[in-house]
Design a protein around this ligand. Sequence first.
Ligand code: URP
Ligand code: ZN
Ligand code: ZN
Length: 480
Amino acid sequence: MTTPAILIRGGTVVDAEHSYRADVLCVDGRISAIGENLEAPAGSEVMDAGDRYVMPGGIDPHTHMQLPFMGTVASDDFYTGTAAGLAGGTTSIIDFVIPDPQQSLMEAFNTWRGWAEKAAADYAFHVAVTWWDDSVSRDMGILGQEHGVQSFKHFMAYKNAIMCDDEALVNSFSRCIELGALPTVHAENGELVFQLQQQLLAKGITGPKAHPLSRPPAVEGEAANRAIRIAEVLGTPIYVVHNSCEDSLNAIARARGEGQRVFGEVLAGHLLIDDSVYLNDDFEFAAAHVMSPPFRPKHHQDALWAGLQAGHLQTTATDHCCFCAPQKAAGKDDFTKIPNGCGGVEDRMSVLWHYGVGSGRLTPSEFVRVTSTNAAQIFNLYPRKGAVRVGADADLVVWDPNGSRTISAKTHHQNVDFNVFEGRTVTGIATQTLSNGRLVWNEGDLRAERGAGRYLPRELGAGYAQALARRMAQTSWRHG
Ligand code: URP
Ligand code: ZN
Ligand code: ZN
């Protein structure tokens, strides 16, 4: 069945550069024309954008749909999670294939590809390197060259599970350079976390309040700095996921100031929520906030906003990884067993608009950059995604800067019984979302289609990060 053309009339297009009044015509899943007073083709649907904005749909570069993790499986699957994203204006996700140690990367990749077939929105994959041998190196090549995987993830935490030690890190970063792929890291010193956890348990501190104590900011700063310095020595760009504190931000800012190519991501949650949530006596409430890195003392939020404004952090994500109360209860007597993760894919755009644009910290174009364009450029999805331009996918959000909603688990579309933004009233909402030219969210009516999402293969070595890598290889001290 072909999708009827849609003409979005009378809105203000906002892209990463500027804003201008224009109509946008979407035909066969692509943007086919942008201009004033466009003709509506016969049989097309005309949508009046009024005084609303027309922006690229959001790209969440960090999600974990139906992730098997810590003895359970994340409750939002690829269908429910991407559908919830569409309701909030997010039209693409980049999720993670996470092989078990000793599991073949190809086998894991094929498993995740199967799970993702039900996605309602487009998706790509980072693949995690959780161990090292020649087969991992070979599979990285196959994934990069034949399956469009352009980024590889390294968990520096989660000892005795998926943690990547320095040997694997160095080997994998070197392989990324050969391939023209981009290494990314979850930066926390896993050995320190492990030892601090044991010390806290030995003292009888077993509840969620121990979670942030076992992962203080220095643990994150140390790992971020180590990964960045390894990247510097080898001569690769690097992307640091979910920076939660000044310590890792400072490591990024310093390296960038020295000319190193480092990219940084911040989560909507870390911009807004502080560590007081762990002191709540209600286990369910506190455990619902257990994620890694944890929420931090308030002053870190100002630093993260400043990092976003200054351009040291380029992307915003959610690390969407939902677990319901009965799943979190696995850690009732031992905080190290609480499955780590929180939701947010539905709320990131509104939260960033309300607290970013609404407060004057971000301009509308900066909002577009940090919610889609920068992620598309860093992860080689641009200009197919992250742009309002002719030929790009018709993944668009019609945005009402004056519309508001109150976030709640009672009304959200995410398949989880808790919302970390519960009760916040945000101004700035998606009134319509188009995914591949289809109207999938219309004034509260979610029309997500199971299986309509497509896998997004990404080119190696041809994008923004790789261009920077080539330049870096020419200029780094190691290469003279
Ligand atoms: O707590 C988190 N973040 N859970 C998901 C896995 C990860 O570390 O990204
Ligand atoms: Zn992580
Ligand atoms: Zn994650």
